[in-house]
Design a protein around this ligand. Structure first.
Ligand code: FAD
Ligand code: N01
Length: 553
C-alpha cells in the first residue's frame, strides 16, 4: 500500500516499512487490515505456512473454541459477520482455520504476508528511529513500528521426559499436530496432560483408539459445552448483533455472560444450587460468573468447586476414579476452566484408564512406553518398589504453553536498555500490556498485564488493534515518530495489576497465568484481572488524555 499522503517525513532515509507485524493469527490479520485501510505500508511476518495462528497449529482431534462462535469471531465488519455461517455453537478447529483463511482472502491480506519466516531478533536504532527485524532466513528489514501479534499461547512448553527419544512409537504434540492428521484407530495411545487440550483430545479419540491411558498430574474443572448445531443461535444473534457486541466490549469477560450480583457465601444452599443448575444446563464458561465472590472468597469458591465435583461423581461410575478426577488442590476458575463434551464419561469405557501421577510419577520413557513408579522408601535411585511400564504405540503430549511472555522472550529484543528477556526476568513489566519502557515503537497485542487470556480473546484483540491503530494515526497526524511507555506509568500499572490479582484467589493456583508451568519462570500473575470493560475505559481515557503515561516525540 502507498504511504499516506499526509505522512510527515522523518529525518534520514525511509525504513523498509512503516509497520512490521509479527504473526498472522486473528490479531495480526486484523491489525494488517486496519493499517492498510488507512494507507500505512504494513507487512506481516509469520512463522507458519498459512494464516490462523492458534487454529493453524492446534489441529489435534476435538480442538474447538470455548467461547460461542457468534462471539468468538470478528465484530469489525458487519458484512463479514453476516456472511459467515458458524455451523456449531462452539466452532471446531477446521472451521476456525477456514474462517481465518476467508478473512485473509476477503480483504486481500496475503499479498502483504511473508509466511514460513520466524522473527529472531529486533534491534532498535534510536537515532534513526526504527527497528531492524532479523528473521531466521538471515534477512533483515527495517520498520518504524513493530507490532508483536505473536500470541499468548503459541510457544509449546517442552517438559523433559527422560528417554522420550528412545520411544519406538509415534510422539505427537497437540499444539503441533500433523496437518495430514493421524490415524489412531485401534492403537494403544498414551496422553500426558489434562488441561483443555488434553481433555478435548481424550474425548475425541476415546471412541476410536484401542486402549487409552491418561497420565494426569492435576485434574481440571470442566463445565459442559452442550455443543450442537448453531442455526437458531446465529439467526437470533443476527437480529441484535450490534447490541451483543457492544455488551461484550463493556463486560468483564468480553462475551455475553450474565454476571451474578449475589454473594454465594450469603445465598441459601438451595437457591445457589438452582443458579448453578441453570448455568450448568446452559453450558459454557458463564458458570463461574454465577456469584460475585467465587474468585474472592475461599468459602464461596469451595461451594462452587464441590458442585462441580458432585457432577463428576454423577458421571463417573467408579467412585475412586471419580475422586481422582476431582480437582482439590486449587480454587475453581483460578485456571481457565475447560468446556467439555462428554470428557468424564470417557472413563466409563473399559479401554480407558487413568494414571494419577501424584501417586505414580513418570520416571522415564522407554522404547515400549511410559514407566511410572515411586522410589522405594529409602528413596534411593534404582529401588523403585512399584514401577510399572505402560506399553503404548503413540504418546500424545498435551502439556501446554510458555504462556503470555513465551513468544516475546523467544525473540532477542534489544531496545534502549536491557534486552526484553533481561528486563522481564522477574516477570513482565508493561504499561497497559501495550508497550514496555525501553522499547520505543514496539506494541504488543494482548500483551501481559492486559485482560487477554482471561477474556474472549477476539474482543481483547480487536480492542488492542483499534487502540494501536488510533495511536499510530495520532502520531502521524501530529508529525510524531516515537512513542514509548514512561517508566513511572509502567510501574504504576504493574503495581495495579498485581494488587488487583492479590485481592483474588487466582494467585493460589500453580497455573500458566502465574508462569508456574515453566521451570524457572518467575511466578507472577500475568493478566489484568480488572475486566475487559474497565480496561477499555482506562485505555480510552489514556488515549483521550493525549496518551497519558506514554512519551511521544
Ligand atoms: P496466535 O493465534 O497464537 O497467533 C500468533 C502467530 O504468531 C502464530 O501464527 C505464530 O506462528 C506467530 N509467531 C509467533 N512468534 C513468531 C515469530 N517470532 N516470528 C514469526 N511468527 C511468529 N481464546 C478464546 O478466547 N476462546 C477460545 O475458545 C480459545 N480457544 C483456544 C484453543 C486453543 C487450542 C488454544 C491454544 C488457544 C485458544 N484460545 C482461545 C486462545 C487463542 O490463542 C486466541 O483466542 C487467539 O486465537 C490468539 O490469536 P493471536 O493472533 O493473538 O495469536
Ligand atoms: O495446557 P495446560 P493446554 N508431566 O497448561 C500437564 C487454551 N485452550 O494446552 O496442571 C505431567 O492447561 C499439566 O499438569 P499440571 C486455554 O486457555 C483452550 O491444555 O501442570 N503432566 C496440565 O494438565 C487453556 O487454558 C481450549 O499439573 C504435565 C497439562 O499438561 C490453554 O490454552 C483448548 C507436565 C497442560 O495443560 C492451555 O491449555 C485448548 C509434566 N511434565 C487450549 N507438564 C479450548 O477448549 C505439563 N503437564 C477453547
Amino acid at each position: 500500500a502507498a504511504p499516506h499522503p499526509d505522512a510527515a517525513p522523518h529525518p534520514g532515509t525511509a525504513p523498509d516499512h512503516d509497520v512490521l507485524i509479527i504473526g498472522a493469527g486473528f490479531a495480526g490479520l486484523y491489525q494488517l487490515h486496519r493499517l492498510r485501510e488507512l494507507g500505512h505500508d504494513a507487512r506481516i511476518i509469520e512463522a507458519g505456512d498459512d494464516v490462523g495462528g492458534t487454529w493453524y497449529w492446534n489441529r489435534y482431534p476435538g480442538a474447538r473454541c470455548d467461547i460461542e462462535s457468534v462471539e468468538y469471531s470478528y465484530s469489525f465488519d458487519p458484512e463479514l459477520q453476516d456472511e459467515w455461517d458458524w455451523s456449531e455453537r462452539y466452532a471446531a478447529q477446521p472451521e476456525l482455520l477456514a474462517y481465518a483463511q476467508h478473512v485473509a482472502d476477503r480483504y486481500g491480506l496475503r499479498e502483504d504476508i511473508t509466511f514460513g519466516t520466524r522473527v529472531e531478533r529486533l534491534d532498535w536504532d534510536d537515532e534513526a528511529g526504527r527497528w531492524t527485524v532479523t528473521t531466521d532466513d538471515g534477512a533483515s528489514r527495517t520498520a518504524r513500528y513493530v507490532i508483536a501479534a505473536t500470541g499468548c499461547l503459541s510457544v509449546p512448553s517442552r517438559p523433559e521426559f527422560e528417554g522420550l527419544t528412545d520411544f519406538a512409537g509415534e510422539v505427537y504434540r497437540t499444539s503441533r499436530w500433523p496437518h495430514e492428521g493421524v490415524d489412531l484407530t485401534g492403537k494403544r495411545v498414551a496422553v500426558i496432560g489434562t488441561g483443555s487440550s488434553g481433555l478435548q483430545t481424550i474425548t475425541a479419540i476415546a471412541p476410536v483408539v484401542g486402549e487409552l491411558t491418561v497420565f494426569q498430574r492435576t485434574p481440571s474443572y470442566a463445565v459442559p459445552a452442550h455443543n450442537g448445531p448453531n442455526a437458531q443461535r446465529l439467526a437470533d444473534a443476527r437480529k441484535r448483533y450490534s447490541e451483543i457486541r457492544e455488551h461484550s466490549r463493556m463486560s468483564r469477560t468480553g462475551f455475553g455472560c450474565p454476571e451474578g450480583t449475589l454473594l454465594l457465601a450469603d445465598t441459601p444452599a438451595e437457591e445457589a444450587r438452582r443458579e448453578f443448575d441453570t448455568r450448568w444446563a446452559d453450558g459454557g464458561l458463564c458458570f463461574s460468573s454465577a456469584f460475585k465472590d467465587i474468585l474472592r472468597d475461599a468459602r464461596a469458591n469451595e461451594i462452587a468447586a464441590e458442585y462441580v465435583r458432585d457432577r463428576i461423581r454423577a458421571k463417573v461410575e467408579d467412585p475412586q476414579l471419580a475422586e481422582k478426577l476431582s480437582p482439590r488442590t486449587y480454587p475453581i476458575a483460578s485456571k481457565r476452566m475447560c468446556v467439555d463434551t462428554g470428557y468424564f464419561e470417557v472413563y466409563n469405557q473399559p479401554n480407558v484408564s487413568l494414571v494419577d501421577l501424584n501417586e505414580q510419577p513418570i520416571r522415564r520413557i522407554t522404547e515400549r512406553g511410559i514407566v511410572t513408579g515411586v522410589t522405594g522408601e529409602a528413596g534411593k535411585a534404582g529401588e523403585a518398589d512399584d514401577e510399572r511400564e505402560h506399553a503404548c504405540d503413540v504418546i500424545v503430549l498435551a502439556t501446554g504453553f510458555d504462556a503470555m511472555t513465551g513468544a516475546l522472550t523467544a525473540m532477542d529484543i534489544r531496545g534502549t536498555g536491557p534486552t526484553l528477556r533481561e528486563k522481564w526476568a522477574h516477570g513482565p513489566r508493561t504499561y497497559l500490556g501495550l508497550m514496555s519502557a525501553g522499547f520505543p515503537n514496539l506494541f504488543t497485542i494482548t500483551g501481559p498485564q492486559s485482560p487477554s487470556v482471561l477474556s474472549n480473546m477476539m474482543t481483547s484483540i480487536e480492542y488492542h488493534v483499534d487502540w494501536i491503530t488510533r495511536a499510530l494515526e495520532h502520531l502521524r497526524a501530529h508529525g510524531l515518530h516515537r512513542m514509548e511507555a514512561a517508566p513511572e506509568a509502567e510501574d504504576n500499572w504493574v503495581n495495579t495489576t498485581n494488587d488487583l490479582a492479590a485481592r483474588t484467589l487466582m494467585p493460589q493456583a500453580a497455573s500458566w497465568y502465574m508462569g508456574a508451568n515453566i521451570p524457572g519462570k518467575q511466578r507472577v500473575f500475568m493478566p489484568f484481572i480488572g475486566g475487559v470493560g474497565t480496561y477499555r475505559q482506562i485505555g480510552d481515557g489514556v488515549a483521550t488524555a493525549h496518551y497519558h503515561g506514554f512519551e511521544l516525540a
